[in-house]
Design a protein around this ligand. Structure first.
Ligand code: ZN
Length: 263
């Protein structure tokens, strides 16, 4: 499929917190946007605990703005589902809220956090997105906005890809290797610019984790993934291939020549 085949394809990337999508899949989103896909970015939480300086409501306000600025660099929309940090649980209400997101965007292709990651917000977001991909096309499943304004059910299950977990490791330090790696050498700069929009996190991580090189750490990780395919920078993914989910590798089709499969 050439670029023309990507025009009109809807892509949704969901993170637990603002800046998660930038770390894990923004380079790939940049490639898809350049080829004509419509890109939407969403975070479940506003990232309201991500500051030692400000109270949660002010941090949320700052971070929503930073995330919207980052998305705008891709020409992407941004929405926050207004969960709170450490408040993302796999429960009935959350399933309905995330399903409403899927129905509002009607994506063909979805990116979610890794099913296993370093913290529960990421893992629960992963499961909620996986569920929503399935539930969104069930017509009698009602979302929390059960009203005339609620979005219509989807007509099919979208393709689902999991991003790498933080540092590419499971709970026991064992590597979680991607089944495919996207060559993002062409979009590493826009990924860096998007991450740079999250100025509050640069400062927070500097204090909390002793990481003073917010963008450099991202580039080191992207270079690490790039090494798997012999390219300068990469982003790793695994496609969800469970029953009822599309098995066609739509990402490879949309980004022909840029997606490298691994065994
Ligand atoms: Zn996060």
């Amino acid at each position: 499929m050439g670029d023309a085949g990507a025009v009109g394809v809807k892509v949704l990337a969901v993170g637990a917190h603002p800046d998660d999508v930038e770390f894990t899949c923004a380079g790939t989103l940049g490639l898809l946007a350049k080829r004509g896909c419509t890109v939407a970015i969403a975070t479940l939480s506003s990232g309201d605990l991500g500051s030692v300086e400000w109270p949660a409501p002010k941090t949320a306000e700052i971070r929503r703005r930073e995330a919207a600025n980052a998305a705008a660099l891709l020409g992407a929309s941004y929405r926050c589902l207004e969960f709170h940090d450490f408040g993302i649980y796999l429960d009935d209400e959350a399933n309905r809220r995330v399903t409403e997101l899927l129905r509002a965007v009607q994506p063909d292709l979805v990116f979610a956090p890794s099913p296993q990651d370093y913290m529960a917000d990421h893992e629960n977001t992963s499961a909620l997105v996986r569920n929503a991909c399935f539930y969104a096309s069930v017509p009698h499943y009602l979302t929390c906005t059960d009203s005339p304004a609620a979005s219509p059910p989807m007509t099919r299950v979208p393709a689902l890809y999991y991003c790498d977990p933080v540092e590419g490791k499971d709970w026991f330090g064992r590597p979680i290797l991607p089944s495919l790696v996207v060559d993002i050498s062409e979009t590493i700069e826009i990924k860096s610019q998007m991450l740079a929009c999250h100025e509050s996190q640069r400062n927070w991580l500097r204090r909390q984790h002793g990481v003073d090189q917010y963008i450099e750490e991202m580039k080191l990780w992207a270079a690490d993934r790039g090494r798997l395919i012999g390219r300068p920078f990469g982003e790793g993914f695994r496609q969800h291939l469970g029953h009822a989910y599309p098995h066609e590798n739509i990402l490879s089709r949309l980004l022909e020549g840029w997606v490298h499969k691994r065994q």
